[in-house]
Ligand binder design. Structure first.
Ligand code: SAH
Ligand code: SF4
Length: 351
């Protein structure tokens, strides 16, 4: 039964929620089914992208955050968190090094730092854009106004990662006390789309209260919204959060979910996330062997990296970005893949 569901996904058929649940449960329980799903996802990814894996240089802009997401070590109620914010000069220094190494996408990610005004971000993005006209600039700075998204797009940003986190309203509310709510989050994603960004949704797997049915709801939302990028990784506990003693997300369910997204959205840009690499040593490769085609090495200055702790013991390839890239290339080669140094826009569509 699960086998024919895989075949239908491969053929581009839409599955309904109950079929999707059956497929996910089947893959989580039966290793043969999981393998079948992953093999098909890998075949689809190879048809689209060959054996090249796109790289994105991650620059962690700030560890200040006004939000209080239950799962995240940067939440505002975590008094133990060490806070920092990079200056524009420090960001440009990261870009300089990254560009030299061959990165053609920079991702500015951070907590929702109230001091990041539109003016300041606009200035920074304009500088990056004029110094490096051929790079893609991705933002991952959480919820902002539509006017702000438009302004930053005009300044030169191309993509925006804003995981929806949970498509089920009750689960979303339970994880995000005093947030503006799921409907608002989705409105932000729509605003980003209207502004012309390539948009990234996503969620973590195995966060407290999440059931298979919730993941199915996430998959249905992803199907409906057709994002250009989808970030999926396991939940990892951080001890200074209310979810600090909860178990980490399940590896197989994470891999099955990535594989299903690959089959639903053959052209999507899917990262093999750092969370997956942190969960298990071969995690990064297992993600690629489930249909992921992007990795996001860290370009942040080494003295701030430990402070950007959304969860603990974050995997990395060492302190130096250059060494890191060599290690990544070697890691990819063990499964016959290599780094693709091109910009890697969605369907080669630059916007
Ligand atoms: N503040 C921005 C971007 C930084 S957080 C935002 O929230 O959109 C980036 C992502 O890290 C979040 O979308 C969340 O899905 C993920 N994350 C946060 N805490 C995590 C944890 N404990 N385990 C796994 N992923 C986590
Ligand atoms: Fe802030 Fe993002 Fe962490 Fe939520 S997940 S607390 S918005 S950094």
């Amino acid at each position: 039964m699960t086998k024919s569901l895989v075949e239908r996904l491969v053929n581009g058929d839409k599955l309904n929620a109950s079929e999707m649940g059956q497929l996910l449960r089947g893959a989580a329980q039966d290793p043969t089914m999981l393998q079948l799903l992953r093999d098909n996802a890998v075949r689809t990814a190879r048809q689209q992208f060959g054996l090249g894996i796109y790289i994105r240089g991650l620059i962690e802009l700030s560890s200040y955050c006004r939000c209080n997401c239950l799962y995240c070590g940067l939440r505002r109620s975590n008094r133990d968190a060490e806070r920092y914010r990079l200056s524009a000069e420090e960001v440009l220094e990261c870009c300089k090094e990254g560009y030299k190494l061959g990165f053609r996408t920079f991702v500015l990610q951070g907590g929702e730092d109230g001091t990041h005004s539109d003016e300041w971000l606009e200035m920074l993005i304009c500088q990056m854009r004029s110094l490096y006209p051929d790079v893609a600039i991705t933002l991952s700075l959480g919820e902002r106004s539509e006017a702000s998204y438009i302004r930053l797009k005009r300044a030169g940003a191309n993509r925006y990662l804003l995981r929806h986190e949970a498509a089920n309203e009750e689960l979303y509310e339970s994880l995000h006390p005093d947030s503006k709510g799921l409907a608002y989050r989705l409105q932000c994603a729509e605003a980003l789309k209207r502004a012309g960004y390539q948009v990234g949704l996503g969620m973590m797997i195995g966060v407290k209260g999440q059931t298979i049915e919730h993941i199915v709801e996430d998959l249905m939302l992803i199907e409906r919204m057709q994002p250009e990028m989808v970030g999926i990784g396991p939940f990892l506990p951080h001890k200074a959060t209310p979810l600090g003693s909860e178990p980490a997300g399940d590896l197989n369910i994470t891999l099955a979910t990535i594989a299903i997204v690959r089959l639903m959205l053959p052209k999507a840009l899917l990262p093999s996330t750092t969370a997956l690499a942190t969960l298990t040593p071969r995690g990064r490769l297992e993600g690629i062997l489930s249909g992921a085609n992007v990795v996001m090495p860290n370009l942040s200055p080494s003295n701030v990296r430990a402070k950007y702790a959304i969860y603990e013991n974050k995997a990395s390839w060492g302190k130096e970005a250059a060494e890191g890239l060599q290690a990544l290339e070697a890691e990819l080669q063990t499964i016959g893949y290599h780094i693709d140094y091109s910009r890697g826009d969605f369907d080669n569509l630059k916007q």
